[in-house]
Design a protein around this ligand. Structure first.
Ligand SMILES: *[C@@H]1O[C@H](CO)[C@@H](O)[C@H](O)[C@H]1NC(C)=O
Ligand SMILES: *[C@@H]1O[C@H](CO)[C@@H](O)[C@H](O)[C@H]1NC(C)=O
Length: 148
């Protein structure tokens, strides 16, 4: 069986058309990852954000992010009182949240900003203002605090 030249060209065009469609059609599961999945992709545990993180923006080059919670959020973590206020902003990179704004911890009478969260293997270090740095096990942050 032989194709005429034009038939052959048509077949090639159809083939290319299908290949291109395949290349450019969005893959299944190509939806925007959740804020929690973004944390994990930078090797950070999901529990550094409370439940209710919905909208976020992230510049993948600089790591600058902004995330809004469905409601503002305060809770006790052991002997600490912590509050999150939207928008929570900062710069994310592997193992680190830096330049954070929107997360505070109560130290005696004062609300002090948590400025940096840095992972070192199985430890998470929270830098609290210029005052102190507290270390916790990463495993304590495997689930998200619930504000309600
Ligand atoms: C967060 O909420 C503020 C105020 O409603 C809004 O201006 C901002 O665009 C929101 N950010 C995101 C990432 O959706
Ligand atoms: C983060 O870590 C992953 C895996 O270890 C690596 O592939 C990636 O290049 C790192 N990204 C940056 C910005 O260092």
């Amino acid at each position: 069986m032989t194709f005429s030249k034009t038939k052959m060209e048509t077949l090639v065009k159809i083939f290319l058309w299908f290949s291109l469609c395949f290349l450019f059609s969005p893959a299944n599961g190509d939806e925007k990852p959740s804020a929690y999945q973004v944390l994990q992709s930078y090797n950070l545990p999901i529990g550094v954000l409370p439940k209710g993180a919905l909208e976020y923006t992230l510049d993948p080059n600089s790591g600058e992010f902004s995330v809004n919670l469905s409601s503002n959020c305060g809770f006790h973590a052991g002997s600490y009182k912590i509050k999150y206020s939207s928008p929570i902003t900062g710069v994310i990179s592997n193992n680190t949240l830096g330049d954070i704004s929107g997360v505070k911890v109560k130290v005696s009478l004062f609300w002090i900003s948590i400025e940096t969260v840095k992972r070192n293997q199985d430890q998470l270090a929270f830098k609290i203002g210029d005052i102190t740095t507290k270390h916790f096990k990463v495993g304590s942050f495997n689930s998200c605090p619930d504000c309600n």
